[in-house]
Design a protein around this ligand. Structure first.
Ligand code: MV4
Length: 450
């Protein structure tokens, strides 16, 4: 077992990981940038070390500074959290070569799943259903046109190095595609340093369903059911829930089988998430795999009563998975609202600044993962996520009622947040009956403007 873990992250996820370490009896190292001296995660760490200046590139993304910090503090493992270096294969490789355990899958698997074209190819070989589209990279606009007319419009262009929506273009005709192809290429080049594009049929109004898995280093893989993440704005999830209102036991079994089959095929050995699209006819398609612990992992922790971060750490330390698939029970309902320091009335503009007063919701069936407190100053350099409110109930209606009262309890002054917006969404008549898909938020926002 590890004796000391360096948590290469900040905010709520750094705290989440340190809590797991404490329960496992593992010492923690907290890292911070110069503008993060007053960050709450440092209070949770056994020791702390500065890793550079405020911009992420010079601190939380600075590989040499983080490796040095791990060596100076004699840490035997690094937990990357999510974002920053969590899915950087080079970073995982450097950890491996320095004898520091990267808490996550092998660099080989991170690299494979980071290439969205190769990821699809390997999952196809594993027997998973793929979204219809071109095989591999589309190199020219002529090739794009031929492929688009073969799979038929509408189509979507995606970046090979993308994921999470950047560099995507939906096209309904040849004329549009010719323009979109060039702009998608340059956007991908700008964002990822790689202009490679692939093409898929654009599914209209699908649901985004993802399956949480855990795999150990001995070939054991189990799944923890699905999360419905269809409530997204500009590819940022805002609300997630489990179980999905659109998934019955039969479909859940199929999702779980696909996810496990995919993970086994690549000898995956950590926590991970398989993302699928579910179309209106009930067809499932593999989309991509995330090789990290995700923001929304608490939804699954609360529905299954399993500590995923502790499991992830134990597996990285070489332990065998003790849980079997039959041990995983999905009962009741769980919903999560992401609270961002953004102004929904002003196009979700980030609203950094001082929190003069803050009261966090609590009480029965509520979990809040956060790093904010009265007097905390939100720096403008990082992600705008400041809290996750997770509500559970014996059924979806009860979970929604508990979420509604928890959001009423949440006080943050004077920063603008997504609290009131989340409250409006969970009280929407269609959302209340589970009638929503990935188009929901855009339509909701359009109706609001009227
Ligand atoms: C799609 C899709 C429809 N068809 N792919 C991929 C990343 C994720 N954040 C959104 N993604 C999508 N991929 C195919 N073949 C629909 C989405 C999608 C979406 C697309 C455009 C605008 C808003 C969207 C919201 C959720 C999902």
């Amino acid at each position: 077992m590890f004796s000391k873990i360096l948590v290469a992250n900040r905010g709520e996820i750094a705290i989440r990981v340190m809590r797991a370490c404490k329960e496992l009896g593992i010492k923690t190292v907290g890292v911070f940038s110069e503008k993060d001296k007053n960050s709450l995660h440092l209070e949770f760490a056994d020791e702390t070390i500065c890793i550079g200046k405020a911009p992420s590139q010079e601190s939380y993304l600075n590989v040499s500074n983080i490796i040095s910090a791990a060596e100076i503090t004699d840490s035997d493992a690094i937990h990357p959290g999510y974002g920053f270096l969590a899915e950087n294969p080079q970073f995982a490789e450097i950890c491996e070569s320095c004898g520091i355990k990267f808490i996550g899958p092998s660099s080989k698997n991170i690299r494979l799943m980071g290439d969205k074209i190769k990821a699809k190819e390997s999952m196809k070989k594993a027997g998973l259903p793929l979204i219809p589209g071109g095989q591999g990279a589309i190199k020219t606009k002529e090739e794009a046109l031929t492929t688009a007319n073969k799979v038929r419009y509408p189509i979507i262009l995606k970046a090979k190095a993308g994921g999470g929506g950047k560099g995507m273009r939906v096209c309904h005709s040849d004329v549009r595609l010719i323009n979109a192809f060039m702009t998608a290429q340059s956007e991908a080049k700008n964002a990822f340093g790689d202009s490679t594009i692939y093409l898929e049929k654009f599914l209209e109004n699908p649901r985004h369903i993802e399956v949480q898995i855990i795999a150990d280093s001995y070939g054991n893989v189990i799944h923890f059911g699905e999360r419905d993440c269809s409530i997204q704005r500009r590819h940022q999830k805002l609300i997630e829930e489990s179980p999905s209102p659109a998934v019955n036991n039969r479909l859940r079994k199929k999702l779980g089988e696909y996810a496990i089959r995919g993970a086994k095929y690549i000898n995956y050995d950590s926590a991970g998430t398989m993302e699928f699209l579910l179309d209106s006819k009930g067809n499932l398609y593999f989309m991509e795999m995330n090789t990290r612990i995700q923001v929304e992992h608490p939804v699954t922790e609360e529905i299954t009563n399993v500590d995923l971060v502790k499991l992830q750490i134990l597996i990285a330390a070489g332990e065998k998975l003790k849980l079997r698939q039959d041990d995983i029970k999905i009962t009741g309902a769980v919903i999560e609202c992401r609270i961002n320091a953004e102004d929904p009335d002003n196009n979700f503009m980030p609203s950094a600044g001082n929190i003069d007063f803050c009261y966090l919701p609590g009480g029965r069936n509520i979990r809040v993962d956060t790093h904010i407190y009265t007097g905390y100053k939100i720096p403008p350099f990082y992600d705008s996520l400041i809290a996750k409110v997770i509500a559970k109930g014996n059924n979806r209606q009860q979970a929604l009622k508990t979420m509604d009262r928890a959001l009423d309890e949440f006080l943050i002054e004077p920063i603008k947040t997504t609290v009131p917006f989340c409250k409006k969404v969970i009280n929407d008549p269609d959302f209340k009956i589970g009638n929503y898909n990935t188009s929901f938020l855009n339509k909701f926002l359009e109706n609001e403007r009227e």
